[in-house]
Design a protein. Structure first.
Length: 48
């Protein structure tokens, strides 16, 4: 099974990443996240 969703955001990719990467603040804007506990030090980063 595959599915996808798309959201258009009127902001630069850099601004979107800055908000998304601020993991500690996720509970402020998404109801499905009630708390955040970092497992690794440092900022969120993209790993490929």
């Amino acid at each position: 099974m595959r599915f996808s969703a798309e959201v258009v955001i009127d902001a630069s990719a850099e601004r979107v990443w800055a908000v998304y990467a601020d993991v500690a603040r996720w509970p402020e804007w998404t109801k499905s996240v009630t708390s955040v506990t970092p497992l690794d030090p440092g900022p969120l980063r993209l790993v490929r």
